[in-house]
Design a protein around this ligand. Structure first.
Ligand SMILES: [Zn+2]
Ligand SMILES: [Zn+2]
Length: 247
């Protein structure tokens, strides 16, 4: 680098440091750089990666040293349409806080951190598996207008790039506005999501194997409704990957 380029680079870094001080955006105390996603080592230590044993179907982590495959009670009573759902980390503590700020306060500087959590688990897990397509869970156009970005879509792009799988952002659309589901029971959530999604322009899939991507997995009502729509359009199998899982 020439002297003037170095000078310019330094000047640029100083400028960035001024805009985004190298301080953890969560605790506001420890040092954290852009490369660390503005999350310090201490906050990082509270991140819980999901490891087996977990429910074969929905990925619910199970405390204990179960070694045989099992399906949790919820999955046995609910008709879920995806073949398996997996999440990178538990949606608690700093992760929950980061997702909230990323989504609702447009704290986009957390995106590399969240995408990093997802890729750390998906890239090794997807090795040796064959998937044709990545589809993000769509937002209703009204919600998209309000939020200005679809977090699932952005995370799907990171996964597509890392796993070298094409992303189709337009395939699935949300045709019905659904109110917040937090106060609904599991069966109510499933009923609430019925008919909420459609495949754009009546597109047909030709036996494709699809990875559905979202930020958080809660009961599986949303992702299951998406999976049902994709299967009805001709997909052969739909699995789900999310950054975090509510437990
Ligand atoms: Zn911190
Ligand atoms: Zn389960």
């Amino acid at each position: 680098m020439t002297a003037s380029a170095t000078w310019l680079q330094n000047w640029f870094n100083v400028g960035l440091g001024f805009l985004f001080p190298e301080i953890c955006q969560l605790c506001g105390e420890q040092r954290a750089t852009a490369e660390e996603g503005y999350v310090c080592g201490r906050c990082w230590s509270h991140v819980r990666f999901i490891k087996p044993p977990f429910c074969e179907r929905c990925g619910l982590p199970f405390a204990g040293d179960l070694t045989t495959p099992f399906e949790c009670a919820n999955c046995r009573e609910m008709a879920l349409h995806f073949s398996a759902a997996r999440s990178a980390v538990v949606a608690r503590g700093p992760v929950r806080e980061i997702i909230h700020r990323y989504k609702y306060q447009r704290a986009l500087w957390f995106e590399p951190f969240l995408a990093g959590l997802l890729l750390r688990q998906t890239v090794p897990a997807l090795q040796g598996q064959h998937w044709d397509l990545i589809v993000p869970v769509p937002l209703h156009p009204l919600k998209l207008r309000e939020r200005e970005f679809n977090q699932a879509e952005r995370l799907a792009v990171h996964l597509g790039r890392a796993a070298n799988i094409p992303v189709n952002k337009k395939l699935l659309r949300r045709v019905r506005f659904t109110n917040t589901q937090t106060r609904l029971t599991r069966p109510e959530r499933a009923a609430n999501m019925r008919g909420a999604f459609a495949v754009r322009g009546g597109a047909r899939l030709d036996g494709e194997r699809v990875i559905l991507v979202d930020d958080v997995f809660t009961t599986g009502a949303t992702t299951s409704a998406c999976a049902q729509t994709l299967l009805a359009a001709g997909a052969d199998e739909v699995c789900v990957w999310t950054v975090a899982r509510g437990i």
